[in-house]
Design a protein around this ligand. Sequence first.
Ligand SMILES: *Cc1c(COP(=O)(O)O)cnc(C)c1O
Length: 227
Amino acid sequence: MNPLQHSFEQVFERIEQAKAANGRTENVQLLAVSKKKSASVIEEAYHLGQRHFGESYVQEALEKQATLKALPGICWHFIGPIQSNKTRDIASHFQWVHSVDRLKIATRLNEQRPERLPPLNICLQVNISAEASKSGATEADLPALVNAIKQLPCLRLRGLMAIPAATIDAQAQRLPFKAMADHLTRLNQQFALHMDTLSMGMTGDLEVAIAEGATIVRVGTALFGKR
Ligand SMILES: *Cc1c(COP(=O)(O)O)cnc(C)c1O
């Protein structure tokens, strides 16, 4: 078995074990985070059956997308910080954006989403550990953001994304993920929505995230090695 295939099988095994340990039966999607990895590595993963890829840098992603445009069914997720002057490229070249954290960005993505494409899937990034260094909306901002974004016709609000602060204490590690799940439930009730996505969990903490309800885990290092 080649090394990349082995890495994918190990990550799928981790996901399956975490689901089983927590009685989770619905699908947990693996988003392969391919930032700083070459188009040929992405193509290799594609031929192993992977379809969803996460990128953090617009220019780098566009170059790889151009190289790989012949691959049917490949699905690109933008997961990096968003500058206003990049929204047009993001709106036209991605199917998902996980890192929307302010209305200005959402408005621009809505206006710039090409008409020929289906609505852009959106997750709101939440600064769930309230870290000064991280982007993301505050928890207090969420209701107003959801209320505004749910009305934008070229966006489809799917849920929430977070990158919690790392902790060494396994119990403490669960708390931010649990808070995310609670926010999703509460926002769905408050606004009569059916948001279905919790994008949370990475190489170091995907089990904890799945225990608390992650529906997409974003994994880079465990699949592709160090960046
Ligand atoms: C890089 C990155 C990941 C992947 O992190 P790993 O620890 O390499 O699995 C996940 N999410 C975001 C937003 C990232 O920027």
